[in-house]
Design a protein around this ligand. Structure first.
Ligand code: SF4
Ligand code: SF4
Length: 86
């Protein structure tokens, strides 16, 4: 996964409640020195559970808009004379 598309944890907001650690289905998170850390980024499936459960909004998951079928966009543009999504 792209380095910038991993959960970002704002250490100053983390109270060490461990809710994110407990809810993470892949054990990607851990608690170190009373702060949550993404210890195993390779395990993260980007499920958003940690972001949802954090009471202090210390975790953010950056998102990326991906056009999964760029061919359809181009085909639509050529057929309709515009950039309508199919
Ligand atoms: S849920 Fe939020 S405040 Fe609690 S340990 Fe995780 S990041 Fe820190
Ligand atoms: S997004 Fe899901 S898999 Fe990734 S660290 Fe958060 S809870 Fe774990």
């Amino acid at each position: 996964m792209n380095e910038t598309l991993r959960p970002q944890i704002a250490e100053e907001r983390c109270t060490g409640c461990e809710r994110c650690v407990d809810i993470c289905p892949t054990q990607a998170l851990a608690q170190i020195n009373d702060k949550a850390v993404l210890l195993h980024p390779d395990r993260c499936t980007y499920c958003t559970a940690c972001e949802d459960v954090c009471p202090t909004n210390a975790i953010a998951l950056p998102f990326l808009i991906v056009f999964a079928d760029d061919v359809h966009w181009r085909r639509s543009a050529s057929q309709n004379g515009g950039f309508n999504r199919l």
